[in-house]
Design a protein around this ligand. Structure first.
Ligand SMILES: CC1=C(O)/C(=C\N=C2/C=C(C(=O)O)C[C@@H](O)[C@@H]2O)C(COP(=O)(O)O)=CN1
Ligand SMILES: Cc1ncc(COP(=O)(O)O)c(C=O)c1O
Length: 439
């Protein structure tokens, strides 16, 4: 294709053109699932995306979670646009940096000091390295169903819905190409299993550098920690000289102003934040108390990144967190609108006689069509064992054609925003109900 070749136009043609030059079409495997109905976005605003054929869809995937106030929030966009005009990348400390760090510390007091990064994976990898530096140990405890990015350090196997929608992907011990030795230093425990956690720490606790989790698991559908579980995790970590790391890439500033650590009242040793932090601009951060961060301050431990903490990203942080500070009701409003949505969805599935797993943490909602009633305790494996991936994909396809977009993988949660009106919530329910009737 050259400059004179007529450009393709429709979803199908543009996706084909993208796939010709971008491996898989999109620059993330999670985006390249075999989605039966191609969707190529032209623009997004508020709670909506428009595809290249002019179709308008209410979006509840919302870019996987950064847009607490909806797409293209005017305040954030204007501030970052102005920063770009003022010079967004000097590699020199900027006057905004202190303001951004102070805002993070005000909302998440456990993060007395931070370092910015460009992605959650970068920040997680650096946080794990810092924990290993602090403890002089290497073993990392992770949990089934939790996702901490794609680095060799922590990319665990995943059970994925393959392109036919079948829950058939093998449990990969590690992604192909990962250095298998990297995983010798990680162990994966079942989530919400207090006995397994206690047994592991009794046997190998003194080897553990850090135990890392999503405090509210959101990458396997929403799976809350059972009462007392995180407290037990923190106590076992402390008793064994290990660090507790909360991966709040999703939950940070999402499930409450101070994230899951505020909502659950548990103070981790190290926290990682991203998504809402930047409101759609690529930025992440990891942080802890001054003692743990000290080796970075003294250049004894290493963390870098040409674009880490660039001025445009830090402006996005200052604008987003400033808006959050000025919008205390955003979380109570979202709780009210999303509990309304959850109830209506449960009613429609019940009326249709279709088993479903719906779980929610504030404005993060997971909906998974089941093949039968869910068995077992509130745990990741209990949830996935009964998910009907093919039926879920049929529902997703019908809804996408009906003007509602959610991810075809039922393990990916829905993210609502303050831009989703009550009318949008009712429309979401109507489209889902029609999809259920279609079978
Ligand atoms: C809890 C959590 C995450 O959810 C997370 C990234 N999440 C996602 C990544 C996606 C992608 O790579 O396309 C899309 C979703 O599967 C997921 O929300 C990451 C990695 O962040 P990043 O993708 O910015 O490197 C760390 N911790
Ligand atoms: C040659 C080279 N490769 C890789 C990197 C790392 O890039 P980043 O800092 O964006 O992670 C750098 C950064 O200076 C570099 O100069």
């Amino acid at each position: 294709m050259n400059a004179t070749t007529p450009r393709p136009s429709g979803n199908e043609a543009l996706l084909t053109a993208a796939r010709a030059v971008i491996a898989g079409g999109g620059s993330s495997n999670m985006r390249n699932l075999g989605i039966q109905d191609p969707l190529v976005v032209d623009r997004a605003m508020g709670a909506r995306v428009w595809d290249v054929e002019g179709n308008e869809l209410i979006d509840v995937n919302m870019g996987y979670g950064p847009h607490l106030f909806g797409y293209a929030d005017a305040e954030v966009v204007e501030a970052v646009s102005e920063r770009l005009h003022l010079g967004a990348m000097t590699g020199i400390v900027h006057r905004l940096d202190a303001q951004a760090g102070e805002l993070i510390g005000a909302l998440m007091p456990s993060m007395e000091q931070v370092r910015f990064a460009n992605s959650g994976t970068e920040a997680i990898t650096s946080a794990i390295r810092l924990a290993r530096f602090h403890t002089k140990r290497t073993l990392i405890v992770t949990f089934e169903g939790h996702y901490h990015g794609w680095s060799d350090t922590l990319l665990r196997g995943a059970i994925t819905a393959d392109s036919t929608g079948q829950h058939g992907g093998t449990e990969l011990h590690a992604a192909p190409g990962t250095n298998p030795e990297a995983l010798w230093h990680t162990v994966q425990l079942p989530w919400n299993d207090s006995d397994a956690l206690a047994r592991f720490f009794a046997e190998r606790g003194v080897e553990v550098a850090a135990v890392i989790c999503e405090p509210i698991c959101a990458n396997a559908g929403v799976v809350h920690p059972l009462p007392g579980y995180l407290e037990q995790m923190g106590e076992l970590a402390a008793a064994n000289g290990a660090l507790l790391v909360f991966d709040e890439v999703i939950t940070g500033f999402r499930v409450s102003r101070g994230g899951a650590q505020e909502l659950l009242g548990i103070r981790p040793d190290i926290s990682v934040i991203s998504k809402v932090l930047g409101g759609g601009f690529p930025v992440a951060a990891f942080g802890a108390g001054r003692e743990i961060m000290g080796p970075l301050a003294r250049n004894e431990a290493f963390h870098g990144g040409v674009y880490s903490g660039n001025h445009a990203a830090v402006q996005a942080v200052v604008s987003m967190l400033g808006k959050i500070q000025r919008s205390p009701s955003v979380y109570t409003d979202l709780e009210e609108s999303c509990s309304h949505l959850e109830k209506k969805l449960r009613d429609r599935f019940a009326e249709a006689g279709r088993p479903v797993r719906i779980a929610r943490a504030g404005s993060v909602l997971s909906v998974a069509v089941l093949s039968g009633p869910q068995t077992g305790p509130e745990a990741y494996d209990a949830a996935t064992d009964t998910i009907d991936f093919a039926a879920h994909r049929r529902l997703q396809r019908h809804c996408q054609r009906g003007g509602l977009y959610f991810h075809p993988n039922p393990l990916e949660p829905w993210f609502l925003s303050s831009a989703h009106s009550r009318a949008d919530m009712d429309r979401i329910v109507d489209v889902v109900a029609r999809g259920l009737r279609a079978g």
